[in-house]
Design a protein around this ligand. Sequence first.
Ligand code: ADX
Length: 210
Amino acid sequence: MTSSNPHPKHSRNIRREDSLVSDEERQQIFRQRGVTIWLTGFSGSGKSTIAKALERHLVSSGHYCYILDGDNIRHGLNRDLGFTADDRKENIRRIAEVARLFNAAGMIAITAFISPYRSDRDMAREIVGAENFLEVHVSTPLEICEQRDPKNLYKKARAGEIQHFTGISDPYEEPQDPALRLDTSMLEVERSVTIIFDLLQSRGVFGDRS
Ligand code: ADX
């Protein structure tokens, strides 16, 4: 137990095991580096749509990736969490830990969570590792997200039937320096995918293969 351990009670008498397989070996097998594409933005901004189209494109071009999506993860791993600031923080912490494991396994993780708090996204960057963390702000304006209202949630939030709804009765803190900003009211989905793919290439994620 070290004094820097924030949870000494739960984490006594454990220590990390090193793998006999190096990151470099995994990168050679997968011919890619495991990174996390962290999509953040309002509900209805287009995060899931971009994530799915990007996953389709990456897999079609022979890459390994997997989507972690708010609505899906909240049915399983994070089914015990709601939407208070503390619960959102724990939601993001667990997702970041999962993304880190995916990356360590050689997989590209695409995450689609509102992740409204800057401090939580900073925590995610720290957990994943800044060198592997690409923050993408899906910056579609709130008015457009509310017009789209694909799940009728904005209507319910306006009517007071949902509390703490991001953009209506809860804050969204915009990223100050994201790797990309994509406004889906201005960009076709395929254009957004190309922009992210080009970013991955420029960051050397695919080595010299693509
Ligand atoms: S986050 O804030 O913790 O990152 P997350 O992305 O997991 O949120 O989940 C957001 C999804 O949960 C929304 O797309 C919406 O479908 C649903 N939802 C239900 N209640 C709320 C709420 N109060 N605020 C935001 N989204 C909500």
